[in-house]
Structures are given as C-alpha cells and as structure tokens.
Design a protein around this ligand. Structure first.
Ligand SMILES: Nc1ncnc2c1ncn2[C@@H]1O[C@H](COP(=O)(O)OP(=O)(O)O)[C@@H](O)[C@H]1O
Ligand SMILES: [Mg+2]
Length: 295
C-alpha cells in the first residue's frame, strides 16, 4: 500500500509547486501587460510620410533614470541631412545606442528636441514615424515562424516575389533555398536554427522589404565571424544605397566611407568631421582608431 500511495502524493505536491510557480509568473507577466507606455501620440499628431529634408538634434539631453541629473546624453547638437551617412563612434557605454534609439522615439528627450523635417518627434504620429525607419542591430529580433513571415514581419500585404527580391539583395536567397523547406522553413525560437550571419541577413532582408528612407545600423556586424561579416557587410551596403543612415560600427571601412563621423564621449558630442579631418585632429578618434579592435 505504502509503495502505491507515495508516488501520487509526491505528484500532488509537485503539482502544487507548479501552480505556485505559474501564479508568480502570471503576476510578473501581468505587470508588463498593464504597464503604461509613456510614449504616446498627441491628440492631433501630424502624419510623417515623406522624409524630405533631414533630422535635427537640438541641445538634446537624456537620462534613463528620471529626476536624476546623471544624463546619458548631454547637450547633443547634430544634424543629419537627407541622403547622408553618419557614423557614430565612441567607447562602449558612451551613449551611441541611446542616441540612435531616440530617432524612432523609443525614448523621449528630457531637454532639447529632435526634429524631422522641422517637426518635433513629439508632434508626429509614432506609427508613421517608425514606418520611415529601418533598424538593424547586433541581436536580430526574429520569431519562431517561417523565413518568409520573418522577412515580411510588420507589413500588411505580402508579395512573395518582393520577399525573394529582398532576400537576394540581402545575400540571403542562396542559403534560404538550401534550407529544408526554403522560404517556408521554420527558424525556431529567436531564429535559433540559423547561424548568426544568416539571422542578420534575414533582418536585413526585412529592412530592405520595408524600404524605409531612414536606416539605423547599430553594430550590425559586430557579433559575426569574418566570413559572414563580409556577406552581411555587402548586404548592408546594398541596403544603405540612397538612404539616410545612422551607422554604429566597429568596422573601419563603414566608418571611413561615412559622410560625417561623430565621436561620442561619455554622452557628449566630442568630435565631428571626416575620417581625414579627425585623424589630423589627433584626438579621441585617433586614439580609437589606433586601438586594436578598430584596425
Ligand atoms: N535601458 C537602460 N537603462 C538604464 N541605463 C541604460 C540603458 N541602456 C543603456 N544604459 C546606460 O546608458 C549608457 C550608454 O549606453 P549605450 O547607449 O548603450 O552606449 P553604447 O551604445 O555607446 O555602448 C551606459 O552607461 C549604459 O549603462
Ligand atoms: Mg551600443
């Protein structure tokens, strides 16, 4: 009797444990679902649909902890004219990602203002603003779904030929065809069944398909080995053609070819100019340039 009764009792306590765990998770998930997003549309927000002039940072300061004067970005003035490529460089933690994240309005400025074509981001309709911006970061955001759906993510109507076209420009078409079900292959959680370089090229294909006038590349090739970095870099070059790009890169060739290089140091805009100008200046950029991972 004892040997028959003990296992079910064990199972009962285990079930109780699981219920408690589930309840705790539910609490935490609920907190996220109920969280209020401070970034919301104004009552009569302007639609932004025809990027024509440029992006302007006016005396922008920002801190992640509100009410704190430990600003992560301090008094940034920067103008990004349409069609130009601006490279952001600086030590890790200097505020490059934060600065780039302000453009799709992932955060609001604390002081100062950011304008697109002369209109403050806070007056623009967020959806229409973000439709004009493509973002490729180090860690690609992919979903447990088919390759096709991952590339077309966020778009309403999907033209299969356009997806293939985008994949070709992104250097992804070939490896996609080699997958067991081609474009219908499921790539697993976070794209885990693909290599880092392949995941990155799927993200790039997504950005190409979206075809936004403004592009943000945040260390898009940093996590890759040299071989896939070359393929991804080619894809990025295709993507950047005829667009306004803000590029954060560790790779020198991307930076050297930028129209302007902006050096961020501890949240401040320290230097600005072309590669040649900044080398001659013999300041922070020169030091970064001389450092190992920059060469
Ligand atoms: N979500 C966040 N919450 C709080 N602090 C953050 C957050 N993201 C970045 N920071 C801090 O802001 C500073 C700038 O970070 P970041 O913009 O990521 O720098 P970079 O991209 O140049 O490496 C760092 O000190 C970092 O710790
Ligand atoms: Mg960063």
């Amino acid at each position: 009797m004892a040997s028959q009764i003990v296992p079910p009792i064990k199972q009962l306590t285990q079930a109780y444990n699981n219920i408690q765990k589930g309840l705790a998770s539910e609490d935490r998930i609920d907190k996220i679902l109920q969280a209020e997003n401070p970034i919301a549309n104004k009552a009569n927000a302007t639609k932004s649909d025809d990027f024509s002039n440029g992006i302007e940072f006016n005396n922008v300061s920002f801190s992640y902890k509100k009410g704190d004067d430990g600003y992560v970005l301090k008094n940034i003035n920067l103008s990004i004219p349409k069609g130009k490529t601006i490279a952001l460089v600086g030590q890790s933690g200097s505020g490059k990602t934060t600065l780039a994240d302000m453009i799709p309005r992932f955060y609001d400025t604390d002081l100062g203002d950011i304008k697109i074509d002369g209109i403050s981001l806070k007056d623009l309709e967020i959806e229409s603003l973000r439709k004009q911006i493509g973002v490729v970061t180090q860690e690609s955001i992919l979903f447990n779904d088919t390759i096709e759906n991952n590339i077309a993510f966020g778009l309403d109507s999907i033209d299969k030929n356009k997806i293939i076209e985008a994949a070709k420009v992104a250097n992804a078409h070939e490896f996609i065809l080699q997958q067991p079900d081609g474009y219908q292959t499921n790539i697993g959680d976070r794209g885990g069944k693909l290599s880092g370089g392949q995941r990155q090229r799927i993200s790039i294909a997504r950005a190409i398909l979206k075809n936004p006038p403004i592009l943000i590349l945040d260390e898009a090739t940093s996590a890759l080995d040299t071989e896939s970095e070359r393929l991804v870099q080619d894809a990025l070059n295709n993507l950047m053609k005829n667009r306004t790009s803000i590029v954060i890169a560790h790779r020198l060739s991307t930076i050297v070819n930028a129209d302007e290089i902006v050096v961020i140091n501890k949240g401040e805009l320290a230097e600005k100019g072309s590669h040649k100008e900044l080398l001659e200046k013999d300041g922070i950029y020169k030091k970064l340039f001389d450092m190992q991972n920059f060469k």
